[in-house]
Structure formats: structure tokens, C-alpha cells
Design a protein around this ligand. Sequence first.
Ligand code: ZN
Length: 295
Amino acid sequence: MKAHENVSRRAFLGGLAGAGASVLLAEPLPAAAREAAMTNPFDFPLVDYHVHLDGSTLEKVLPLAKRRGVKFGIVEHAGTKENKYPVVLSNDKELKAYVKGLRGKGVFIGVQTEWHDWMTCFSREALGLLDYTITDAMTFPGKDGRRVKLWEKGVEDRVEMADKQAFMDRYVDWYVQIIAKQPIDVLVNVSWLPAPLAGKFDTYWTGKRIGRVLEAAVKHRVAIEISSGFRLPKLRFLQAAKKAGVKFAFGTNGRYPSMGKLEYSIALARKLGLKRADMFTPAGKGQKAVQRRTY
Ligand SMILES: [Zn+2]
């Protein structure tokens, strides 16, 4: 194993010139980051559209993209300062500085938007500089109408969940509302369930509910992420999505060094027989969601 590692590492370093190599030599990749490139069985390039730089830097992350044979799409959080994340882009100035910092670095540049008012923070011109926008449905209106991160502890105190099926109907309403009203290109972390419902995918994601989400996605041309981070959605959901004509994007929601680990996305896409035409690609000028949608 050790010899193999040495060979592959040497081959990798040999393929890198100048600054990239010195970065690597100064800071060797941790064990968890050292593995072979993803095998690409498709007629389209591998992209992880859901990479967070939280607690890391682009310089640290880029060698992983090269090593895994996966292009990265970086997504910073974007919305009002009421959203609590390590970094939240909240105005044109911050957004433009972020785009400038990533431009020409071989990555796609996106944002993961927060709550339903993020569009009010930016001009259309500034949003148009992005390659794409993503969001999820995991921040949900609580009993008092204020935002609740559904993954946080004590969620049942803040969101009415005693009747789980009734909650699910409201959750699906929320999905549909997000897709219909926000100019996003890709919906991520799709079909994730909060702790009180977790592990019962088939109980709560009925065909009817899946159908409602997919109908909205087709209508508004929003792609669905196949998440390797959450290993969601399950095959049944994705089969329905393919049948409905929804486009797909791969993502990890990865923080260093987990970005680009697309095993689940690749496995499910193989099962579905996905081709280039089924996949999301960042839209050209005028066709990005922030440009073509009214909001
Ligand atoms: Zn994310």
C-alpha cells in the first residue's frame, strides 16, 4: 500500500509545475484525502457543484479536484446577515469580491442562498456574475414564523411536528414555494428529513409528494442534486425525476477534505443511465436563473 501511495504521489507531483507543487509539498494532503481519482464512466465531465470552503482555502482544496478528476463548483452562503454561517455574502460589494477571488482559478463560482429574501441583497447585475445559484429547503419557518434550521437540536420545540404527515405536507409546500419563487439553478440536499422523521424515507416521501416537487422543478427548470454527502435522494425519487425530465447535478456539501467524493452520485447516475443531456451545466448569458426568472 505504501509503495503504491508513493508512486501515485510522485506521479501526481510530477504532473504539477511551480506554485501548485510547492503548496502541496509545504502541506501534504491528510490521509483521508489521499485516494485514487474517481472513475468517470459517463459521457460528461464529473463536477461537484456543492463545495464549501468553510475553514479552508481554495489553494488547499484545488489539489483535491486535480487528484480526484472532479471539477469543483464553489458555493459561499449568500443572504442577509441574519443567517448564521462562517461567511455570508450580503451585498454586491461582498459578492463581487468573492467572484473576483475565484475567477480564472478553474472552478465554477456559485452561491448557496439563504431564506427567501436573499435576492433583495443583490442587484441582478451582480448575481449575473455567478455561474449558478443553489439552495435547499432545510431552513424552514417555525411556529413564530422565524427561520429554523431543521437540523438543529430541539427542532420539535420550534416547528410543529407532532403530526408528522401534516408536517410533511407543509415541508413539500415549502419545497414548491422555494422552487417557484426563487431564481435558483439547482435544488440541493433534496428529500433530506429532520431527525424526528429520519430513516423513514418511504413513509414520508410518497409518490404524490415526490411528484409535486418534480412538477415544480420541471416547470421552473430547476435541477436536482444527487447528494453524495447525504446519500439522497433515494433511487425511487431519482427514477421519478428522470421520468419527469428533470436535470441532475452532482454534489457533496463537502468541507475540506471531503469535496469531490462523488461515489453515491456516480453509483446512482449509473443505475439511472444518465447521459450528458440529463445533466445540469451552468447556463450561458441570459439563461441563468437570476437572469431568466422574475422575482
Ligand atoms: Zn451546502
